[in-house]
Design a protein around this ligand. Structure first.
Ligand code: ATP
Ligand code: MG
Length: 180
């Protein structure tokens, strides 16, 4: 499974449709402060189902829509698409290529699509579940998170290790079974 591309249109500072092709060997994105590097990562998290506006550095979800600049009007819609090569079927789906799209309008209307077919948020979440890519996974470590882990309580650090090792979901199942 490999990330092929990310298309961003009207999301945060990306007023213009922008496509990033992740060619093999690409290891980093560099740029001056405020040029939109973190916005790219946030676009990845958002299209994969992020529900917390705060974790996207906003107050409301509509804050992800391009809010205008000195030269450009604000937009009414944000759209992000992410495409994975899934020819090894690492993501449990019959598709060899998976393209997930999320759209949000200022009116609040929103939509998710998997390979251009309308779907629910639940379908997107389930698609990435167990792939290590989900919105609460550790495949994305944000600024400040490393210090947080190192300075945290041993019990919190243990939680991180359990999540990475894939133990957490069994613990959750055990807790549910014990409550019955
Ligand atoms: P650093 O190197 O400081 O981490 P960065 O490259 O990660 O910078 P970002 O945080 O991705 O930069 O981009 C910040 C810019 O995005 C700011 O100029 C901010 O005004 C702009 N921005 C954020 N949300 C929106 C929005 N909804 N509409 C327009 N611009 C936005
Ligand atoms: Mg940044």
């Amino acid at each position: 499974m490999r990330l092929i591309s990310l298309e961003i249109n009207g999301f945060k500072s990306f007023a213009q449709k922008t496509k990033i092709n992740f060619m093999p060997g690409m290891t980093g994105i560099v740029g001056p402060n405020g040029s939109g590097k973190s916005n790219i990562i946030e676009a990845v998290r958002w299209v994969m189902g992020e529900q917390s506006a705060k974790d996207l550095r906003g107050d409301r979800m509509a804050d992800v829509i391009f809010s205008g600049s000195s030269t450009r009007k604000a937009l009414n819609r944000a759209e992000v698409s992410i495409t994975f090569d899934n020819s090894d079927h690492y993501i449990q789906s019959d598709f060899n290529e998976i393209r997930v799209t999320r759209q949000l309008y200022r009116s609040g209307e929103s939509q998710y699509l998997i390979n251009n077919q309308e779907c629910r948020l639940k379908d997107v979440t389930e698609l990435f579940m167990d792939s290590g890519l989900g919105r609460e996974s550790f495949s994305i470590i944000s600024q400040g998170r490393v210090e947080e882990i190192f300075n945290g309580k041993p019990s919190d650090r243990r939680k991180v290790i359990e999540e990475v090792a894939g133990v957490s979901k069994y613990k959750k199942n055990k807790d549910t079974a014990e409550k019955r």
